[in-house]
Design a protein around this ligand. Sequence first.
Ligand code: ADP
Ligand code: MG
Length: 328
Amino acid sequence: MLETTLAPAEATIPAAEPLLSIRHLSKRYATPGGIIHAVEDVSLDIPRGSITGLVGESGSGKTTLGRTLLRLVQPSAGSIRFGGTELTGLSEREMTAMRRRMQIIFQDPVASLNPRLKVETIIAEGLRAHRIGSRRERRDRVAALIEEVGLSPDQMRRFPHEFSGGQRQRIGIARALALEPEFIVADESVSALDVSIQAQILNLLLDLRERRNLTMLFIAHDLSVVDYLCDRIAVMYLGRVVEIGPARPLVRQPAHPYTRALLSAVPQPDPAATRQREVLEGSIPSPLDPPSGCVFRTRCPRALPACADAFPPPAAVGPERIAHCINL
Ligand code: ADP
Ligand code: MG
């Protein structure tokens, strides 16, 4: 069993200053049906050079959190520090400058773009917007980027629909890299791809992290993918982060009942692992009316009456590892 002690939030901060530090971040949407709690009081550090995974069922708030970090979505409350700068107070203009350092890759990064634009134009878009280089210089830079992501420069003149799903993901990665960012959010970047193609893209991301010393937030609903790629994992449920820790220990010995349930659905190749099977029943409650106290309690096999009182504070469940549960 895991050793459990109540720990102050500070216990989650790794020794070196993280590139990204989120505190008490919330995003609520006012809709005709009421207020949607998409992200609720999330605190999370992303260490420099790390790949942090963000997992959880559809609707748990992963995309909203990822976009809020770049202020593509405006937070309702909380703080986002990036490289020592507080982002929440920046003007739109200051934020535009900051976005050179922070980029996002969408699930189908090419689908949302004009199908009549050539790949070269798509990848160079950020360079043009920030007025970097001459036309010629931009073209050379795009050619180098295309090669770096494993495509050939003679493909620059083609149109997005001429590429496979995996190649389109490579184009999206090249586009995100064009401005030489320090931090990349990859939102479900491999979720739509076949397993063999997934592996190629994950290995490309690992290579790029090494070569460019990138820091990443990798969003996925598939824990086996995240386990392969990430150093740390944060598990989200109904707007809340419920568990955070180093990837291997978290996957081998999940602490939070929700993490256990998510992992029960994943085949277990490692006989030394000590996971118990726990099956998730029912579906995720409406974010318009989340349960009081612990948001997971209505589906939790171990819920106690006290779970309705308050969202549990972080409990230390290992080195640099916390879970929000009163019943570990
Ligand atoms: P995930 O990426 O984990 O599937 P999302 O961040 O997309 O989750 O969504 C979290 C919740 O916020 C969902 O209930 C979703 O319907 C809601 N939501 C997301 N964007 C908006 C928006 N612009 N307006 C209203 N509700 C939204
Ligand atoms: Mg999403």
